[in-house]
Design a protein around this ligand. Structure first.
Ligand SMILES: [Fe+2]
Length: 217
C-alpha cells in the first residue's frame, strides 16, 4: 500500500529573507529619492558615492528579479497552469520587464554630464513608482502563491541553486547590501543560508569593507 505524504509548506521564517530583501530595496529607494533632490549640487566625490550606492541597488534588484523569473515563478507556474493564479505570475514578469528599461534610463541620465536635474529627477521618479508598485503587488498577490504552492523542499532547493549561481565576489557585494540596517536576528537568518566559511568572510572582510565605502551621499 502506498502512503501519500503531505508536503511541508513554507513558514514565516522561510519567507523572512524575501521580506528582508524587499525592505533593502525600499531602504535604497529612499536614498535614491534623496539623491534626486541633491542632484547637480554635489561635488565629484559625492557623485561617485551616488553611483556606488545606485549600482549596488540596481544590480541587486536585477539579480533578485532574475532569481524570481528563473527559479521561483516556474515552480509555481507548473502547478497553476490554466488557472487565474497564472495571471499573477504573468503580471510579475511584465512588471520586471518594465523595471529594466527604467533602470537603464537612470544609468543614461547619470552618465550624461549634460543631463539636466529635471531629467534625472524624472527618471528616478518613474523608476521608484514602478519599483514600489511592484514590491507591493508582489507581497500582496505573489507571496501568498509562494506559500501555497512551493513546498519547503522545493524552496530550500531553489534557494541553494540560486546561491550557487553567484560568484564569490557577487556574494561579497550582495550580503552586506542586504544586511545594511538589519537587526542581529535578521543578520543570523540571512547568514544561515550561507556556508560557515562564507559567513566568516562576510563578518570579517566584506561587511567592514562595505561599511568603510562611501555610498549614496
Ligand atoms: Fe521579490
Amino acid at each position: 500500500m502506498s502512503t501519500t505524504r503531505t508536503p511541508t509548506l513554507l513558514t514565516d521564517t522561510d519567507m523572512e529573507v524575501m521580506r528582508i530583501l524587499h525592505r533593502a530595496f525600499r531602504r535604497d529607494g529612499g536614498r535614491l529619492e534623496q539623491a534626486a533632490e541633491r542632484y547637480g549640487t554635489q561635488e565629484a566625490a559625492a557623485h561617485e558615492a551616488l553611483l556606488i550606492g545606485w549600482h549596488g541597488m540596481s544590480w541587486s534588484l536585477h539579480h533578485h528579479h532574475t532569481v524570481e523569473d528563473t527559479h521561483i515563478w516556474p515552480v509555481i507556474r507548473d502547478k497553476v497552469a490554466g488557472t487565474p493564479e497564472a495571471e499573477i505570475l504573468d503580471a510579475m514578469e511584465q512588471e520586471h520587464s518594465r523595471i529594466d528599461p527604467a533602470i537603464e534610463r537612470i544609468e543614461r541620465a547619470f552618465a550624461d554630464a549634460d543631463a539636466g536635474v529635471d531629467a534625472v529627477a524624472e527618471s528616478i521618479e518613474a523608476f521608484l513608482g514602478l519599483l514600489r508598485g511592484h514590491l507591493e503587488h508582489e507581497e500582496r498577490d505573489a507571496f501568498p502563491l509562494i506559500r501555497r504552492f512551493i513546498t519547503k523542499g522545493e524552496w530550500d532547493a531553489l534557494n541553494k541553486a540560486a546561491v550557487k549561481e553567484l560568484s564569490l565576489s557577487e556574494i561579497a557585494a550582495l550580503g552586506p547590501w542586504v544586511l545594511d540596517g538589519a537587526t542581529p536576528d535578521e543578520v543570523r537568518t540571512v547568514l544561515s543560508e550561507l556556508p560557515p566559511p562564507v559567513r566568516a568572510l562576510h563578518r570579517y572582510w566584506w561587511n567592514p569593507r562595505y561599511r568603510r565605502t562611501r555610498r549614496w551621499d
